[in-house]
Design a protein around this ligand. Structure first.
Ligand SMILES: [Ca+2]
Ligand SMILES: [Ca+2]
Length: 240
């Protein structure tokens, strides 16, 4: 009675231990594999991290180079602007306090904050007016003695043999009542008639700047006479 249970117990224990050991071995293998996986993952991550570091360094270097190029270009642009504005200032330009200078389309001449176009062809006053509008401006409206002086100087230089140019002034609606193309009446302060002008009555209803011997200011003249013309438009202001 007494021995059988002991033997069975021992066998049971041996069986249990053997079985337990087997499981322990399997667990050990599993853990070992996981460690290997972890090591591989660590190596892969390390390599990715190194590549990222390299890319980061390259980008930083490219950023530095671009910044240097941007600084150089900015300096070059500033110099060009200053040179452009200096050249402009030689031709009757006065600078505003905001440190800007006017920029005009090719063929237009800057003066203060406006641009002027001096034609080489001749048109009637009405066609000149329409042509200025087509070019994005209007026949010139003279608002100050400085502007009048600028126009006289330019016409003297550019006019060649024929220094008579239409401006945007007329009395076509009522003789003697001069108005500008934008509808404003001629002011009493800024009018630059030549001696004995206007003198044309109903026959002369459009106005020219006409530079010839003693004449250099305004004449009334027949509107249908083909003549050169001056347009104006606002300029773009370039900050320096
Ligand atoms: Ca008239
Ligand atoms: Ca006249």
């Amino acid at each position: 009675m007494g021995r059988k249970p002991i033997l069975e117990d021992v066998l049971y224990q041996i069986d249990f231990i053997t079985q337990g050991r087997g499981e322990a071995v399997i667990d050990f293998i599993k853990i070992n594999r996981k460690e290997q996986d972890l090591e591989e993952l660590k190596n892969t991550n390390h390599s990715t991290y190194s590549s990222l570091l390299g890319a980061h360094a390259t980008l930083q270097s490219q950023y530095r180079t671009l910044n240097e190029k941007y600084d150089e270009s900015s300096k070059e642009l500033r110099n060009l602007k200053e040179y452009y504005c200096y050249v402009i200032s030689l031709s009757w330009i006065s600078f505003s306090t905001e440190k800007t200078c006017p920029v005009c389309k090719v063929g237009w001449v800057p003066f203060n904050s406006k641009c002027y176009f001096f034609s080489t062809d001749k048109l009637t006053w009405e066609s000149s007016r329409d042509q200025c509008v087509r070019k994005g401006g209007q026949l010139v409206i003279v608002k100050s003695s400085k502007e009048q002086e600028f126009l006289e100087n330019k016409i003297s230089v550019m006019g060649g043999e024929e220094k008579d140019y239409w401006i945007g002034l007329h009395d076509r609606f009522k003789d003697g009542e001069f108005v500008w193309v934008d509808g404003t009446p001629l002011s009493t302060s800024n009018r630059f008639w030549d001696v004995n002008q206007p003198n044309g009555g109903n026959n002369e209803n459009c106005v020219q700047i006409w530079i010839e011997s003693q004449w250099k200011h305004w004449h009334d003249f027949p509107c249908a006479t083909p003549s050169k013309w001056v347009c104006e438009t606002t300029s773009s202001l370039l900050p320096i």
